[in-house]
Design a protein. Sequence first.
Lengths: 213, 213, 213, 213
Amino acid sequence: MPDLAIVQREGGYARGREGHVQILRAALGLLVDSGYRAMSMRRVAEACDMKLGNLTYYFPTKEDLVRELLDAVISSYETEFDAIVHETGVSAEDRLAEVCILILEDICTKKTTRVFPELWALSNHDPFVLDRVQEMYARARVALDEIIAEINPALPEDERRILALFISGSMEGLTMFAGHEKPFQPQMPWLERIAVKSFVQLVSTIQPGEMRS
Amino acid sequence: MPDLAIVQREGGYARGREGHVQILRAALGLLVDSGYRAMSMRRVAEACDMKLGNLTYYFPTKEDLVRELLDAVISSYETEFDAIVHETGVSAEDRLAEVCILILEDICTKKTTRVFPELWALSNHDPFVLDRVQEMYARARVALDEIIAEINPALPEDERRILALFISGSMEGLTMFAGHEKPFQPQMPWLERIAVKSFVQLVSTIQPGEMRS
Amino acid sequence: MPDLAIVQREGGYARGREGHVQILRAALGLLVDSGYRAMSMRRVAEACDMKLGNLTYYFPTKEDLVRELLDAVISSYETEFDAIVHETGVSAEDRLAEVCILILEDICTKKTTRVFPELWALSNHDPFVLDRVQEMYARARVALDEIIAEINPALPEDERRILALFISGSMEGLTMFAGHEKPFQPQMPWLERIAVKSFVQLVSTIQPGEMRS
Amino acid sequence: MPDLAIVQREGGYARGREGHVQILRAALGLLVDSGYRAMSMRRVAEACDMKLGNLTYYFPTKEDLVRELLDAVISSYETEFDAIVHETGVSAEDRLAEVCILILEDICTKKTTRVFPELWALSNHDPFVLDRVQEMYARARVALDEIIAEINPALPEDERRILALFISGSMEGLTMFAGHEKPFQPQMPWLERIAVKSFVQLVSTIQPGEMRS
DNA sequence: AATGAATGAGCGTTCATTCAT
DNA sequence: TATGAATGAACGCTCATTCAT
């Protein structure tokens, strides 16, 4: 079962919190294993040995469940990203490599390969999902942004941000090709080296104003 | 309404041939505007002023409709890609730039931004969709592959292929950030220049065996 | 494919008659192999390589098809029964045995085992089917009736008829137990001997008025 | 409304238990009055003043409903048969007569006349129904078997069983002719006397090995 | 004779939701 | 907290039938 960053709810009974976690875990499991369509209230209830009626006690509507699940999933990624950032005594280039490899390894996990395409699809038609997902990526880019600033201090802030966006997006795009059970999963190590080389080169050589030319 | 590469049905009356494309167009319209979940047989029928019973005359099962739609959508991209490939009197670097810009512009269209995330999500749980989508990307990489071979002839075939995969994936990953109505859509021109610079640099400088190190 | 006594239709084109037979045969095949529910207009059309529209040219409504099929099936049994009746130089008892064995063997055929329960079920809610089926059985009892008269001439006509009914019904009742692919099909030879012994004994020993006692 | 041997559900509220039997009764009513085809989920729901959605709460699939109904119907016959068996101080012949008359009277009830032909038809294409129905008849033959053993102790077990099968099948076969609203229903009393005479005579006079000759 | 196209009704099933217990 | 019961809408699909071509 995938990890979840459960936001502790203030108040409520002990069992209540447990129930919440149990439900979110079951929902995520269904999402990962069988896709968003399979994540119905009934199946979630069944997956955590709970009757449908009780599930609606915890989450009165499906939207409630989806949003809380979204928060939990995204928070878990955000805390992950926040943890990476600052290492001392390591060159900025090496730290960039580290961050990239960390992200690309994560892409290969079943959870990430399965959940994110669902989120991208949902975000096309649900502004709430869109906001939440973009917010998460923004947080993920903070680390990249800082490293880029170290490597290429001459770059203005807005250009740095676009650069981080490009690097982040670049890696996300490999999900569909080299993610979990995807045809090029075995080639992920090669892709990692390509990515790192390419990103370091890019960040090092790009000139202020070059992308505006 | 988005374009579709409709395989003209031989035989039948004109009315029937019209019905066929009408349905596919309506289905695509729903997929683009409201997502895969909204693409129900009933709504498709309604969207083309047709009764449900008649829709099942054209497409006995939803799977039939989905597959034919998939074929039509993907074929339209494939013919697009095939058309680009060979231009004479232009440097390989410029042609790489052209191909990349073409793909990145396409990513910004509503159709592409909306359809592909749905396909990525579907392909996680539907082997047929996975196959068809990967097949399409393989065709799309042919052009990149040929250009890479020109720029960097020393590169062995398998490494060239991974390079093309990286470049293609890189661009796809920008869909969620700079695609139609996405927060960084206005920055797509910058991203294009970053991408082109980065890819040309990567292809030109990478050494045989480097990605295997 | 089961035999059918096709009533030649006067007039019409050559192909028309062929079509009729072809359809009835296909319908019977479906009825036998998959039951009445599977005998839909669509499946019948498909089973005889015909488009639905054309099937409705031959049989405008399903009722038409069912009734004509019923006529054809039942006629085939009636002609079978009519053929048996008169043999000379054979004792009445032996002829009774022969008729019974013939009927019991017929019960074991796939066609009879499968079709008749459907007819019995249909006849419960469709007076037309009821009439037609009972008419057929009446014809089948004629042979029995004549033989009974020979064996036990003292028996009044109405009692003879009930006797024939009992004997006929007795045998029909074995369909569900010893018919085609039924659990006691291998024991049918034993049942035949029991039946013959029992019926001969019954017909020989029953006294006029005894069943009215 | 016909009788049903309802297995009381443990647990649940009274409302729910009522709903359960209400549904089974309504389903049986439809089966008896209008045949299996009319026993649709929608009509069953309507027949017990229930919405379709609620019916599927009690019986998630139609198969569930059909099987439980089958169990209830067949159980009611089985308990009936089991109750008959042992009477003391009555000759075996008289008990045979009693059992036969009981069965033949039952055949004349609307429920039996209507339900069993449906089951016979269904059992041709549904192994579950076939098993359940044959199992019921096997239970029904136990009583006959014991009585036959008393009347003709010399008969080996396997021959006794076939004899019981013949007698049982004989009577079942009268359903279509003398059952409820069938053309010979008024003659059922005559048929009863014929049957009893015939069966007693058969059981008494048959010799071991005779049916194997 | 035969196909193509369309309708309207019904089927079994799944679903999110609500509310009484 | 938790279960049981109920609703109403939608789903994909099959069907008998009709009619233009």
